[in-house]
Write a protein that binds this ligand. Structure first.
Ligand code: UT7
Length: 337
């Protein structure tokens, strides 16, 4: 299929050649949560679509999840870690303040020739990272890259706050991207946005330079994620609709041309409401939040991996990845598989 944007694309393309995901074994159910805060399975399922989420133990951390997801993606791509030139880890729950989680993953994989860094764009981090790789591959400066979205959000979850603690889970998803010439597929278009005026909608105030670990916190709850649920809800629907519409306009796509829209899994109702406004039928909207909760930057690549493993995308299909999150940030990628 010839999209409008196709005429302007360079011969070099960023093609996804491998995908994988990994979640911790430990599961937290809605019933478990109902023993911790004043909530119920019925409320959580009706308001969010979430049934269970996976959570890290004290022995598991973000780099561990990221590395396991990466190994699976490399295996599918039939690429060795030594052939990687770049590793990007999208995360807001890094291994440490520094060095970057990407360096821990590079070491664990033995990817000696790769440089790497982290992206802190919250739930939009994976979509942001794909756009970065797209630029390097289209200008011919990069051949093989690994993009990972990985989070241990439950380590900054306030287990006493019922509006937020029911939402989040841990996990990682990864893709291998390779530069291909005249492949007629790959990332076609990306759109990204941010609006820092809404930073307080979703944030974790400690322990950056404004509220450093070396000084007592004025409010001990600053160590946890804080969300203004309703505000996020409304903005998320609006930005997802705008981003997907822009993708369709710029790539000259009709609804018929799109095989699947894979949104960041923040709340099934947000995704369904955006899909309704876009007139997207149910079978073109991938939802797996019931099994993972909201895993922030990991959510899009986990959903992409699952969608691929379920055989829902084949060569030549057009998929749109879309996300909205803290910052606030948002973005989307159009990919021809
Ligand atoms: O990826 C981006 C991060 N994600 C987000 O920031 C989340 C986006 N927002 C949402 O998903 C939804 O806004 C929530 C799931 C957080 C909340 O759903 P809602 O339909 O917007 O509920 P609400 O905040 O309007 O609250 C409705 C009621 C309130 O009670 P009253 O004031 O009507 O008596 C809440 O206190 O539901 C109550 N409530 C709960 N009840 C049982 C809030 N949390 C819970 C709970 N269990 N866990």
């Amino acid at each position: 299929m010839q999209t409008k944007i196709e005429d302007h694309l360079p011969a070099n393309r960023a093609v996804i050649t491998g995908h994988g995901s990994f979640v911790p074994a430990k599961i937290l159910t809605n019933d478990d949560l109902s023993h911790m805060v004043d909530t119920s399975d019925e409320w959580i399922v009706t308001r969010t679509g979430i049934k269970v989420r996976h959570i890290t133990t004290d022995k598991e951390s973000t780099a561990h999840l990221a590395t396991e997801a990466a190994k699976r993606a490399l295996e599918r791509a039939k690429l060795s870690a030594e052939e990687l030139e770049l590793i990007i880890v999208a995360t807001i729950t890094p291994e440490m303040v520094f060095p970057s989680t990407a360096c821990f993953v590079q070491q664990a994989l033995g990817a000696k020739k790769a440089w790497g860094f982290d992206i802190a764009a919250a739930c939009s981090g994976f979509v942001y990272s794909l756009h970065i790789v797209q630029q390097f591959m289209e200008n011919g400066r990069l051949n093989n890259a690994l993009v990972i979205g990985a989070e241990s959000l439950t380590k900054i979850t306030n287990w006493k706050e019922r509006t937020s603690c029911i939402l989040f889970g841990d996990g990682a998803g990864a893709v291998v991207l390779q530069r291909k010439q005249n492949a007629g597929r790959g990332i076609l278009f990306s759109t990204l946005g941010a609006d820092g005026t809404y930073w307080e909608s979703l944030c974790c105030r400690a322990y950056g330079s404004r509220h450093p670990v070396s000084r007592p916190l004025e409010d001990p709850e600053m160590v946890y994620m804080q969300i203004k649920g309703r505000e996020v809800y409304q903005q998320a629907v609006r930005r997802i609709v705008e981003a997907v519409t822009e993708c369709m306009t710029r790539c000259n796509l009709t609804l018929d041309d799109i095989k699947m829209v894979i949104s960041h899994q923040m709340n099934a109702r947000i995704i369904e409401s955006a899909a309704k406004r876009l007139n997207l039928p149910d079978e073109k909207v991938f939802i797996n939040i019931q099994d993972y909760g909201n895993t922030s930057a990991a959510s899009v690549p986990i959903a992409f991996d699952e969608c691929m493993r379920q055989g829902k995308l084949k060569k030549g299909d057009i998929v749109i990845l879309v996300a909205f999150g803290a910052g606030v940030t948002w973005g989307a990628n159009v990919i021809e598989m």
